[in-house]
Design a protein around this ligand. Structure first.
Ligand SMILES: Nc1ncnc2c1ncn2[C@@H]1O[C@H](COP(=O)(O)OP(=O)(O)O)[C@@H](O)[C@H]1O
Ligand SMILES: [Mg+2]
Length: 251
């Protein structure tokens, strides 16, 4: 579904500040697979997502989505295939608009035309259907201002908005890091339900070892811009959060 081959990114080339952000990085994600990426701060996790989404063009290497070479396509061209949700729910949603307007905004994403935030009966029923996947009743308050929602509710809305265009690949960058522990568990469980139900191909960055073990089909450990360790399904069944954290610290 998604394949990166020998991706290199160097910043500040030819200067004293020259540094490799991604270094001969390879990844192969199958359709419907839930991959978790862990790694210390500055390892290059967010840069990896920026390369996948087309926000950064690699210096060398190739990116394939569904066997097609998309290395030189723009972020806009990839927007229909790829959705990203970030740590801050405020980035994924628009505060001074209603839930319904936010959904309309998300529906227009990637269509380089003016804003069409109208609602009609078809749209309303589509929005309700999608929102009900969140399992927190968002579908019953379409006219509620997003500023009245909690962080967890906004994050669920962000995820639903991100998937509104039936994108195939979902990138989750520390989506529970800004939430309290209880909301974080609920949001992760709901996210997993949505990903599995929609058969999305998902890469998630997290610092939460429990979440990694609980939800991943594959865990990849990133260090200095390259993957240095992989845990497959069989490894994960016997892996404990404690052991994973210990391996993480040892590297
Ligand atoms: N636009 C940029 N300009 C300069 N340095 C950057 C930029 N983006 C990322 N970096 C550097 O690249 C490295 C990897 O960053 P990042 O991908 O954000 O790591 P992570 O998400 O794993 O914490 C860091 O050392 C960071 O400081
Ligand atoms: Mg990051």
């Amino acid at each position: 579904m998604l394949r990166l081959e020998n991706i290199d990114i160097t910043l500040g080339k030819g200067t004293k500040l020259e540094r490799k952000i991604l270094n001969q990085l390879n990844i192969d994600v199958k359709e419907g697979e839930f991959v978790v990426v862990i790694g210390e701060n500055g390892a290059g996790k967010s840069s990896l997502f920026n390369v996948i989404s087309g926000f950064i063009t690699p210096d060398s290497g190739k990116i394939f989505i569904m066997q097609r070479d998309v290395t030189s396509t723009s972020q806009l061209q990839r927007a229909k295939l790829i959705s990203k949700v970030m740590q801050d729910p405020k980035i994924g949603t628009i505060e001074n608009m209603t839930i319904s307007e936010n959904m309309a905004f998300a529906l227009n994403r990637g269509q380089n035309r003016g804003l069409k935030l109208f609602t009609n009966r078809d749209r309303t029923s589509l929005f309700k259907e999608k929102l009900s996947m969140g399992n927190i009743g968002l579908e019953n308050c379409l006219d509620e201002m997003v500023s009245n929602l909690s962080g967890g509710q906004r994050q669920i809305l962000s995820i639903i908005m991100a998937m509104l265009q039936d994108s195939k690949i979902l990138l989750l960058d520390e989506i529970t890091a800004a939430l309290d522990p209880a909301s974080s568990e609920v949001i992760m469980k709901l996210t997993n339900q949505i990903v599995r139900k929609q058969k999305l191909t998902c890469i998630m960055i997290t610092h939460n070892m429990n979440h990694a073990i609980q939800y991943a089909d594959k865990i990849l450990l990133l260090k200095n811009g390259t993957f240095i360790k992989e845990y497959g399904e069989n490894d994960i069944t016997t892996l404990t959060p404690f052991a994973l954290a210990a391996e993480f610290d040892a590297i």
